[in-house]
Write a protein that binds this ligand. Structure first.
Ligand code: ATP
Length: 356
């Protein structure tokens, strides 16, 4: 019998898999909620059945199909319950586990120490429900996470949604202003640094929300939709904005700059020097003028199809060059395949506030 959540996965991926398998909406989670509500305890091993059975003795061989009710009923007995990796069969109950006592664990209480040790000794996902504390811990390879109630998760979700909403509003306001500044050729390092820090707050909150959505299982669908509305298009905007301002505008460099920004704390993100250096420029001050390529602004215009913004930028070199040339020489856009150069020019002027 195999291990729980493919052994070829990294431990982080296996932990995520365990989170999904114990999320609200699953039969396993229903059983755990019933055990807590019944003020019972439990020690449950899921997967790597042969290794689990080799690490203990006694108990009742059952080989009955798995249901939440059966698992709940069996938890009234002492000892561990052994389940196959696909959660289809309960193999044994009232099973006494004897993992090597020298395996390291910082847990207290025999149930939890045994759970931690069994997860090191085998590839099973081991779950302990504490009778005294009414908490559920899930162990994989000696590492564990505590299952939160839906209410606890929702409290955290609501806080994050407030952060996402207010950050998104601030970001929208600042991006609108940035577009005008870009068309005026008046963007400073301070302007873009501020916007990068908003992007980072948004993306960090979105990552935290993703973890919670996984923990919510089937109850997380509407939250996932709200997340998409608040963050979805901002992921591309962020990358385009870095490409607009980095000395090297390639997508690989943009990914690398994003990775580096993500590692900075809030104070470091407010250091203009540092942000300038990460974009590939030394010795810039907060008032240094930054000339954008225009990829982000051009991509917002409906007549600029996928891939066309890159072509325009390759042709003109910068947004400013395009603005300088567009009125005198509209056929140049035609030549590189822009279908409606007039509409493109109008859209840019409207964004600039120079035309009604
Ligand atoms: N080695 C083991 N094998 C199987 N079951 C065990 C083992 N150790 C503990 N248990 C189960 O855990 C129950 C509680 O044990 P104990 O009070 O020592 O642990 P605990 O960690 O303090 O648990 P709790 O937090 O639930 O009070 C036991 O009655 C038994 O059902």
């Amino acid at each position: 019998m195999g291990d729980f959540c493919d052994r070829s996965l990294s431990l982080d991926e296996r932990m995520e898999c365990a989170m999904r398998q114990t999320a609200p909406g699953t039969a396993l989670r229903r059983a755990l909620d019933m055990i807590i509500a019944g003020r019972l305890g439990a020690l449950i091993c899921v997967g790597d059945v042969d290794a689990v059975l080799a690490a203990g003795d006694d108990g009742f061989p059952l080989n009955i199909s798995f249901t939440a009710n059966r698992l709940f009923e069996l938890s009234k007995m002492d000892g561990a319950i052994v389940i196959d990796k696909d959660l289809t069969q309960i193999k044994r109950a009232n099973f006494h586990l004897n993992p090597d006592p020298s395996l390291p664990t910082s847990e207290t209480g025999m149930r939890h120490r045994t759970a931690a040790r069994m997860s090191i000794l085998t590839n099973a996902m081991v779950i302990s429900v504490s009778e005294r504390r009414q908490v559920v811990n899930v162990y994989l390879d000696g590492r564990s996470f505590q299952i939160k109630t839906v209410q606890e998760i929702m409290d955290m979700v609501n806080q994050l949604l407030v952060t996402l909403q207010s950050t998104r509003q601030a970001l929208d306001r600042n991006l609108l202003r940035l577009t005008t500044l870009e068309l005026d050729n008046y963007v400073t390092l301070a302007d873009i640094s501020k916007i990068f820090s908003y992007f980072e707050v948004l993306m960090t909150a979105a990552d935290e929300l993703d973890d919670l959505i996984d923990q919510l299982g089937s109850e997380g669908r509407t939250i996932a939709m709200q997340r998409e509305q608040l963050v979805g298009d901002m992921d591309d905007e962020y990358t385009l904005m870095i490409r607009d301002y980095a000395r090297d505008s390639s997508e690989e460099t943009a990914r690398e700059v994003r990775r580096q920004f993500h590692e900075l704390d809030a104070a470091q993100l407010h250091s203009f020097k540092r942000v300038g250096a990460m974009l590939g420029y030394e010795g810039l001050g907060e008032d240094s003028i930054m000339a954008p390529l225009g990829l982000r602004t051009l991509s917002r215009i409906s007549v600029v199809r996928e891939g066309m913004a890159d072509k325009i930028v390759d042709e003109y070199g910068s947004l400013q060059e395009l603005m300088d040339d567009i009125e005198d020489n509209p056929s140049r856009l035609d030549d590189i395949g822009v279908k409606n150069p007039g509409i493109l020019a109008d859209s840019l002027y409207r964004m600039w506030g120079r035309k009604e």
